[in-house]
Design a protein around this ligand. Structure first.
Ligand SMILES: CC(C)(COP(=O)(O)OP(=O)(O)OC[C@H]1O[C@@H](n2cnc3c(N)ncnc32)[C@H](O)[C@@H]1OP(=O)(O)O)[C@@H](O)C(=O)NCCC(=O)NCCS
Length: 250
């Protein structure tokens, strides 16, 4: 299912990534938004050297691996979806550029209904590959991400009695700063919410940054509680971490 919309820069197309060659551009877009613009401390820690050629190559290839290894639910739906937003290049060039990316994940604690919640973060996120032999960095990321996704895990576990016993998680959403405030995130979210309905009226959940929360509120997400608290060892307490709030559609 793709979605097309006329914008001031020409036609915006929202569709699933189906070519591995898209991941360098997709990573660049996310780097500009999370690395350079938002200076998101957790994203930066997950992507060491993101602004160097080697870090860019590694980050893009990690995304591509995640895409290649997606699992499927019992109906054959992919559990992880990489959704891209593209516009025609500058000056009306015929090649489309990736200007936005969203990652949507169907998650469930019941086998066959989605990806299980991440308990063993070290293994799930290949932290040993990102920081080989660097125990403190691996521990820091485990603690920071585990705190960030605590409510996500709880909600997934609670869905065990619902039909279907799954949620649709907006795991990442980024728009190239050069193309923000043109409604691109809105379209990436709208696409995901339609897909969540198609998959059995799944509830959508996310952890929303300061920049993201207004977009999601406008699309029907409601904030729950206050900003997420990070539980990390004292040696990491001075590190900068993004303000995030848990949001859900019900
Ligand atoms: C958050 C982000 C994805 C929004 O992308 P976008 O394409 O610019 O968002 P949209 O144009 O669809 O915004 C829709 C509405 O949300 C609100 N909004 C969007 N960005 C906002 C911002 N920075 N501050 C306040 N409100 C904002 C506005 O109401 C906007 O409508 P308007 O422009 O007509 O006023 C983008 O700013 C980004 O990538 N930020 C850095 C990374 C990040 O924080 N990602 C979200 C993680 S949860």
């Amino acid at each position: 299912m793709s979605l097309q919309k006329q914008s001031e820069d020409g036609e915006l197309i929202i569709e699933l990534i189906n070519d591995v060659d898209d991941f360098i551009q997709a990573f660049d877009c996310v780097s500009e938004a999370f690395g350079r613009q938002a200076e998101d401390g957790i994203w930066i820690a997950m992507n060491p050297g993101w602004d160097s050629p080697e870090g860019r190559e590694r980050g893009a290839s990690r995304m591509a691996d995640r895409w290649r290894h997606t699992t499927f639910d019992y109906r054959g739906n992919p559990n992880t979806l990489f959704l891209k937003a593209t516009l025609l290049g500058p000056g009306g060039a015929s090649k489309r550029s990736i200007v936005g990316l969203a990652i949507w994940v169907q998650a469930s604690s019941v086998e066959g209904h989605g990806d299980p919640p991440l308990y063993d973060l070290e293994a799930a996120m290949n932290l040993g590959d990102i920081y080989p032999g660097n125990e403190p960095e691996q521990r820091y990321l485990c603690q920071a991400i585990s705190s960030l996704q605590k409510r996500r895990r709880e909600v997934i576990e609670k869905k065990i009695t619902e039909l279907p016993p799954a949620v649709f998680v907006l795991d990442l959403c980024a728009v190239d700063p050069m193309h923000q405030r043109k409604g691109i995130a809105k379209e990436l979210v709208k696409w995901g919410l339609a897909e969540a309905r198609r998959r059995g009226n799944l509830e959508a959940i996310t952890e929303a940054s300061i920049m993201g929360r207004t977009v999601y509120s406008r699309m029907g997400f409601k904030p729950e509680g206050v900003d997420i608290e990070y539980f990390v060892d004292d040696e990491f307490s001075s590190r900068k971490r993004p303000a995030n709030i848990f949001m859900r559609t019900r």
